[in-house]
Design a protein around this ligand. Sequence first.
Ligand SMILES: *Cc1c(COP(=O)(O)O)cnc(C)c1O
Length: 472
Amino acid sequence: MTFAIQPDEVLARLRSLRADRDAPTKGGRVLSYVYDPGVPELHRLVEESALEVLHLNGLDPFVYGSLAVVEREIGATMKQLLHGGEDVVATCTSGGTESVILAVLAAREANPGKRRIVAPSTRHPAFAKAAHLLGMDLEVVPVTPDGRADVDAFVAALGDDVALAVVSAPSYPHGVVDPIAEIAAACAERGIDVHVDACFGGMVLPFLPDVPAWDLAVPGVTSISADLHKYGYGPKGASVLLQRGPDRQRGMMFADADWPGYPVATSTLLGSRQAAGLVAAWAVLQSLGTVGFGELQSQCRRISDAIRATVEGIDGLRVVGDPVGVALAIATDDASDSLVDPLRLGDALIARGFLAQAQPGLRQQGQPDLPSTLHLTVTPALGQHLDALLEALVEASEEVRGVPKATGEAAAPLQALDGVPLDSATAGAILAQVGAEDLGAERAELIAIIEATPRSVIHRLLVELLARELGD
Ligand SMILES: *Cc1c(COP(=O)(O)O)cnc(C)c1O
């Protein structure tokens, strides 16, 4: 065989790229994106089961029948876990975004002529993407300062043209659960479908005590999404969408026999698809069972509570709302006269070996604006570094106390561009002008610029930044 580069050399280069450029995927010090159970037997199970099916084509469960069994068993487990009755059906997808797009598609098909989606301002961007792709309008209602949907504003936004109401369990930014029962009751009265976005916490909440009803046991909830590639501890590529009534699900599926090729029927968005994520998540579900999951997920709650107590003991900081135990958001405590900026805190934590996620504030109508925050997703693997993290939080707060919030001054000239279409060359020039390339290390400044820039402009600049990172 003639190789341009020997396979071993390609592998060596890959390993060196990973070593130079990647955040760790295990160990719990990266406080977003990756979910490490911290259990070596599970790491091995995930890796070996994924490898086992790496070359299957998930397109056709009639040819690769093991996948049909896996999807059925995942569906049965999730229905039981999330209190789905006889009338609930499951669809396995490649991730939260795909589950959300399919839930919106199902709602559109089940509600002909209705175009509006109502969701709190903390909704995941996947709903904006779904609305954009599917020709729907996303109407955002405010959340109260504790991060939960404002029920009065939500109910006031309901109407005959609403195809879907969306709530989160919990929301990603703050890790707090929306008032789901109240909103679902108001929607049920009006015959409006309700989606619970439990992509983040759907695998955790069933195992925590004292969580108000949030799943399919709540009357009025018509669909729910839960990611297995987060707290199901599978590798990326696994999520589940549960829906009430088989016809809602069938309406979102697709078939085409109107070509001279193989007859196509798909349950999700993709054609040929990778099965490894789902199969590995299934392996974890099977192996851990509810008792094993209960042990891991209670650890998340304990870690989250410990972080919360420490943050609340630091003058100048507070935790947003009442986080349920999967993630929390740290904000400045404006009641203190010894302010700590959470984004400066985040930058100071990096030097101490913890990568938390900087989140911009958000303008709201009808409720106070939301402050910028530092987001921490907690995972069982963080347990081994918990004392170090608590100490780092205290020390880093002392270090940045009194350092003023970044101003985002570089965004001032961008105000005039609101609504102006930007081509790629212009967007690139603006990125250079605001010094975007150097901002990676100064996240407080970057987030301040994002906050201060008009939405249309920032969306275009983020697209440009990504496109250039991935190519030209
Ligand atoms: C992660 C997440 C999503 C989207 O999921 P992806 O798997 O990243 O596509 C949607 N909603 C919430 C609340 C999430 O946390």
